[in-house]
Design a protein around this ligand. Sequence first.
Ligand SMILES: Cc1cc2nc3c(=O)[nH]c(=O)nc-3n(C[C@H](O)[C@H](O)[C@H](O)COP(=O)(O)O)c2cc1C
Ligand code: SF4
Length: 678
Amino acid sequence: MSRDPRYDILFEPVRIGPVTARNRFYQVPHCNGMGYRDATALATMRGIKAEGGWAVVCTEMVEIHPGADVAPYTELRIWDDRDVPMLARIAEKIHEHGSLAGIELCHSGYTAPNRWSREIPIAVSARPVSSDYHDPIQARAMDKQDIRDLRQIHRAAALRAKQAGYDLVYVYAGHGLGIFQHFLSRATNLRGDEYGGSLENRARLLREVIEDTKNAVGDTCAVPVRIAMNEFQGSAGLEPAEVEDAIAMMAELPDLWDLSLSSWSNDSQTSRFSEEGFQEPHIKGVKKLTTKPVVGVGRYTSPDSMVRVIKSGIMDMIGAARPSIADPFLPKKIEEGRLDDIRECIGCNICITGDYSMTPIRCTQNPAMGEEWRRGWHPERIRPKESESHVLIVGAGPAGLEAARALGQRGYQITIADAAREAGGRVARECRLPGLSAWSRVRDWRLLQIGKMPNVRLYLESEMTTESIVEVGASQVLVSTGATWRRDGTGSYHLRPITIAPAADALTPDDLMTGKRPKGKHVAIFDDDHYYMGGVLAELLRKEDYRVSLVTPSALVSTYTKWTLEQVRIQSRLLNLGIEIFANTDVTSVAAGHVTLTCVFTGKESTLPCDAALLVTARDPADRLYHELVTKNFPVSRAGDCYGPGTIAAAVYAGRRFAEEFGGTPNAIFRREVTALA
Ligand SMILES: Cc1cc2nc3c(=O)[nH]c(=O)nc-3n(C[C@H](O)[C@H](O)[C@H](O)COP(=O)(O)O)c2cc1C
Ligand code: SF4
């Protein structure tokens, strides 16, 4: 297939200072939970992005000094010369496929608590450090010598970056994480000297560092600036009009303007809260201020949208973090006219949870993400079959569909059956919930791929029993029959069932997702799951005019969504909808007409009158069939929620892992780099 000429514009080269990008696809900086600890794994992942056609592939934020230490987060470092070989390996992998390597030098100012280095944090103005841990540490205000030192440190890092082979060396003023943004913003800059006050003064350090960097490495390296267009504090902080004024003052100084939003939760918004292109209203004024290339982001996966933003003069290059994670081969697929092969990001931010848990990045849509080196998985390729096996997969949810797709790609004969009328399992049900429609892409992409494979046959409305499984005559069975929500209140908080009166109207998420509704109008939701389900169902019921009370033993609604950057948005949405929230509260029993609440600190009980209770607690693996087949000595495995209920990402991963390991030796231990002793 060849590319549609409408997309030719996306493949035009773009000059960025002294270097040239071969097309307009730009993988903006994104961290990955691997950093300095998993350097070769990280290098391999970046190399695959380059292989997939991204003309520019950047690192994540890279600490430039021990005084910019964000431990325990696992980012790259460019503290001294010993870091150069690791950084060079990444640049080499990117260069192997003809792409440009970008490095985002970063000093995080008051967001670097220096837990590891134990340096006193520095900041534009004295203040407590800002961290997820609420460290009781303050950052001291930088004096003039500190400013001179910072410029020197940045310059030294830029020279090392050049030595390591990078083509683009960033000055970072974004996400509330780059110290130059802290200087630029009136929200954080309280200085009375020539670095504070007027916009010109607040922009002074940014200008000086751009000049320093250009002087140090600008002969061969491009110097992009990543800048926050909006801090969403109105005129108390940065907003587009003022940032545009700042850009206008320095318009031609850097080689490229890379625009984003601040803080990170505004920049990496999930599909539950924003559409593709959501940043356009904030960035559209910049291009007319400069002749330098402008990069913008906003979960772009559609080539038509990409062409639109370029033709309408909003940006010159399509910046992408998540679309490049979900599909490292997105540019190649557009180039080759294989649009329906694009694995579109679903906007769930599971990729971000890896960073917060300091573990390698994972992705719902792309199970190979983070596994390129340590397990040797490739997002597009998989080794061919080693036998003529016929595999029967029971359950066409995320695990089953991915296993069928990947085994099918290997060339095996695959039969996949599901009792339901539609494929997708939990994805088919959950994508109908408020804000989750983009999650259907997990199912749709796999169905599309399977549909092209003559060796994979999908049967719906086909409930499988041990007898019918024998009739299929497969040499191996994979059971991926999912899980069901528990009805008895057991979960993290209660390991044993709670008292539920027979006359009580007690429902589960499965009931709601299959159309059942509470009999009365007031529902108490007990959310002991802590991810999205409790909050989403609260929203669903409230929008259907139920009165909703959400009870959680946690201090926050949907606590885990802190790590997908959604928690604040979810809680404010629920509050704005008029949902009553009982935090730090447990449901100890459910009766007809009320639930009993208990304070998790004092044990004090109270009664909440309500017509029904919705129990969002834990799930039971639907593994009956698996155990029946085991007792009959059938060659059977299981994967996904029917083995260990978890995220959709975990289920897709389990399906892929089965397919990768089928016919070989299961590999429990992955490759890792072990610390060299001093
Ligand atoms: C997993 C992840 C890690 C990120 N880490 C960084 C980072 O280190 N530096 C940075 O400037 N932006 C970082 N970002 C923000 C992205 O560069 C990007 O601006 C944002 O995700 C919006 O683009 P997208 O919609 O294409 O994902 C990160 C985003 C993600 C998803
Ligand atoms: S984890 Fe979710 S948001 Fe992140 S890249 Fe993958 S599909 Fe997109």
